[in-house]
Design a protein around this ligand. Structure first.
Ligand code: ZN
Ligand code: ZN
Length: 300
């Protein structure tokens, strides 16, 4: 399953889910169900934006974008975050009057059934998107899937709350729930934006991935270091762009190493990284022994 196909499906299902949730809101007039429906509009727009981003991401590197187009995915996630915040504001605006003057909800049973059906669809879609997004290493697809699953949680919370309101007659629970949904939505949006901005700002790979890179280099350098063909690795830097990881470092070798030999060592290290990490691009800067720093990343 390609990210493109996964996101196209997501777009279609999100449309159906929105239709169902809006229907549930129209039946009942509940602002909590309104907030739930609004989150689905965000899903539709976000799936569309993610689809465009993935299509752009996939394009190979060209003269204008020699590092590829994979960062396009982060833009879609940022856009999704912004939309989420807008949806939260719309919910608060709608819920406010009912908070001051609570109203009973009509047609509760049918409305809840319709909403439950929509959530069922969402569980399937969210689970499916996370699976296929992880396989394809596409943050846009995984983000979409996670967002949809959060949606399900809030939808179920809303239904439980409305049920309680009906049992107790405390109709103020309806706008209170809507505002709780809005707060949750803002939290999800904030996290999405924060992660994507990290990618846009060339944040280093996570601690765990860095340890893997160190380990792979250490293994590959073992023989080379013991007979003095490689003296040191330093200034190791990493950054990510969607499914790609960029690694660069300085490699200190004895000053009398030939270009031929140094290049062979570089190829060996590059191949070792490529064999263990998907989508890794390595750049190595070769230096003679007097450039050694005797610090940072040591060969052990
Ligand atoms: Zn150096
Ligand atoms: Zn080469």
């Amino acid at each position: 399953m390609t990210p493109t196909l996964a996101l196209t499906m997501s777009l279609l299902v999100a449309g159906a889910v929105f239709g169902l949730k809006w229907w549930a809101y129209a039946l009942t007039g509940s602002v909590a169900l309104y907030s739930d429906a609004l989150e689905s509009i965000v899903n539709i727009v976000a799936a569309g934006a993610a689809l465009i981003a993935v299509l752009v991401s996939r394009r190979p590197a060209d003269a204008n974008h020699p590092y590829g187009h994979t960062k396009a995915e982060y833009f879609s996630a940022v856009l999704e975050g912004v939309l989420i915040v807008l949806a939260a504001l719309a919910i608060v605006r709608e819920a406010w009057p009912k908070l001051i003057k609570p109203e009973p909800i009509a047609e509760l049973g049918p409305g809840m059934l319709v909403s439950l059906g929509a959530s069922g669809l969402n569980v399937l879609l969210g689970w499916f998107l996370i699976q296929s997004g992880r396989k394809a290493r596409s943050p846009a697809v995984v983000a979409d899937g996670k967002h949809i699953l959060t949606d399900v949680l809030t939808s179920v919370g809303v239904l439980v709350g409305i049920g309680l309101a009906w049992l107790s007659g405390w109709w103020i629970l309806d706008p209170l729930l809507a505002i709780a949904v809005a707060v949750n939505i803002v939290w999800v949006g904030w996290r999405l934006v924060r992660d994507s901005v990290g990618g846009l700002m060339d944040e280093a790979v996570p601690e765990h991935d860095l340890a893997t890179i160190h380990h792979i280099l250490n293994q590959a350098l073992k023989g080379l270091a013991s007979d003095g063909r490689v003296l040191e690795v330093h200034d190791l830097r990493t950054r990510r762009a969607g499914p790609r990881t960029f690694v660069e470092f300085h490699l200190v070798v004895p000053g009398n190493t030939s270009v031929e030999q140094a290049h062979q060592i570089c190829d060996r290290l590059e191949n070792a990284l490529r064999a263990s990490l998907d989508g890794v691009h390595t750049t190595i800067h070769v230096e003679p022994d007097h450039k050694a720093k005797h610090s940072t990343f040591r060969i052990g």
